[in-house]
Write a protein that binds this ligand. Structure first.
Ligand code: ADP
Ligand code: ADP
Ligand code: ZN
Length: 217
């Protein structure tokens, strides 16, 4: 099964992606994680992408499309994949169609996690990520057992640079509305869009996603 997970920043894409990938044994591909890894490693691409990420803007389409095309061409994607945070523009969506045609693959569903703006800001500014295994926590909504320490691997928890300032978080929401929101219509036209209410517990959201995916399989 090949799935796209979309929704505004802080909607719960990464959280649900971990659960979906584990349950359906498909590959989780997050462009945000790939960019953050490149920033950490200090590669040329990471330096370029990091500037856009810090400002809460999208990394240019050609760079983003390039890394996704390369990743989807790897043989492990044949077991099925979950794209988290890609596509984010119509140009990326069209490029994805071409990439998949070239690989003789198709998309089976586009899951949109909907959450109101004020909740999104609270989710972003309280988000913590494990520096080791990248598990996602929240100071209030999903706290670790021991403050600052990952339950799963014991590594330290970090706050993302683009989550610390409320202004950057708000800018990411504005960018989402302008550049990514039009994708909903694009995928609705293709009969792939599944809307899920993201303003409930993570288990309830996952149950709704699972129900929808069972209907598709
Ligand atoms: P969130 O989880 O808050 O939605 P991500 O981790 O998916 O954020 O992305 C973090 C940042 O990485 C984005 O704000 C953007 O700068 C960059 N990025 C991630 N995916 C894409 C994409 N598909 N196109 C352009 N930029 C992207
Ligand atoms: P995205 O990848 O869409 O930016 P994340 O999965 O990283 O979103 O979640 C953003 C923040 O909200 C994290 O701190 C996460 O722990 C928290 N979160 C995710 N899902 C829920 C939920 N259903 N209820 C409350 N908090 C949630
Ligand atoms: Zn961890």
């Amino acid at each position: 099964m090949n799935i796209v997970l979309t929704g505004p920043p802080g909607a719960g894409k990464g959280t649900q992606a971990e659960m979906i990938a584990a349950s359906y044994k498909i590959l989780h591909i997050s462009t945000g994680d790939m960019f953050r890894e490149a920033v950490e490693k200090g590669t040329d691409m990471g330096r370029k992408a990091g500037e856009f990420m810090k400002a809460g803007q999208l990394v240019p389409d050609d760079v983003t499309i390039g890394i996704v095309a390369e990743r989807l061409a790897q043989p492990d994607c044949e077991q099925g994949f979950l794209l988290d945070g890609f596509p984010r523009t119509i140009k990326q969506a069209e490029a994805l169609d071409d990439i998949l045609t070239g690989l003789s693959q198709t998309l089976h569903a586009v899951i949109n996690i909907a959450v109101p703006d004020e909740v999104l800001i609270e989710r972003m500014t309280g988000r913590l990520t494990c520096s080791g295994c990248k598990t996602i926590y929240h100071r209030t909504f999903q706290p670790p057992q021991v403050e600052g320490v990952c339950d799963k691997c014991g590594s330290s928890l970090q706050q993302r640079g683009d989550d610390t300032a409320v202004d950057t978080a708000k800018n990411r929401l504005a960018v989402y509305k302008k550049q990514t929101n039009p994708l909903l219509e694009y995928y609705k036209q293709k009969n792939l869009l599944v809307n899920v209410n993201g303003q409930r517990s993570k288990d309830e959201v996952f149950a709704e996603i699972r129900q929808n995916l069972e209907a598709i399989q």
